[in-house]
Design a binder for this molecule. Sequence first.
Ligand SMILES: Nc1ncnc2c1ncn2[C@@H]1O[C@H](COP(=O)(O)OP(=O)(O)OP(=O)(O)O)[C@@H](O)[C@H]1O
Length: 247
Amino acid sequence: MKTMFTTPGSLSKIAEDGEARVRFTGLCAGYPGRPVLHQLTADIVPLTMTALVGPNGSGKSTLLAVLARVIGVTSGELRFGGHKAPAFVPQRGAVGDALPLTVRQTVEMGRWGERGLWHRLTRRDRATVEAAMERLHITDLAGRQLGELSGGQRQRALIAQGLAQESDLLLLDEPTTGLDPEARERIAVLLTELVADGVTVVQATHDLKAARSADSCLLLRDGKLVGQGPPKRVLTTETLAQVWQPA
Ligand SMILES: Nc1ncnc2c1ncn2[C@@H]1O[C@H](COP(=O)(O)OP(=O)(O)OP(=O)(O)O)[C@@H](O)[C@H]1O
């Protein structure tokens, strides 16, 4: 089988049919000696919100990492319909407490892809960073260390880093897990606004409310896609009971 995408930077383009921002066909991926994703086929439609749903260990984070080009494809095809590299917001817990970074430095890292690690940020980069912090209401936290923030504040800093990348494809790994209802709602509203602003959003989530309000769901179990389409059709009581029942 053909592997369309193996190295970061070599984006395979989808024909200009405008139907998919990302298209994967028969996609397999995993870790050395550990296959995780098996024969996944789906389209991520532009300017929509897609929720990746499934039990612990079903492969949501792995799929996001593949879409973010952090993990390569073992076999199958992965194609991108846009020109910009995706912005990836990792799980909050994946970012070390001990990192000696301020909120501003964390958000500035979002410009590294464009600017390179050793180049000074331009005035425009700084304006982008300020705008991202304002949008996430963290300007007053700019000088604080990431490790001394609450979970919700840290999550907002990571999302601001994602926004600072100015991509039209934003991938988020459980952006609302562990947050209180108000913080969850604020992030849900922001993500909806981003879609309206022209961003295609893909989020892995355990939050069924968030999944139900997405345009489309990809339901994973044991690394296989067991459902895809509008949440109403995919997240039925019957399907949820089947997918979450112990093997
Ligand atoms: N770095 C890694 N090396 C080897 N195996 C891994 C690694 N990361 C994850 N896995 C394995 O891959 C499988 C899928 O994990 P993944 O984190 O993608 O699932 P998930 O659906 O995101 O789970 P959760 O809801 O708990 O975050 C699991 O069996 C996990 O143990």
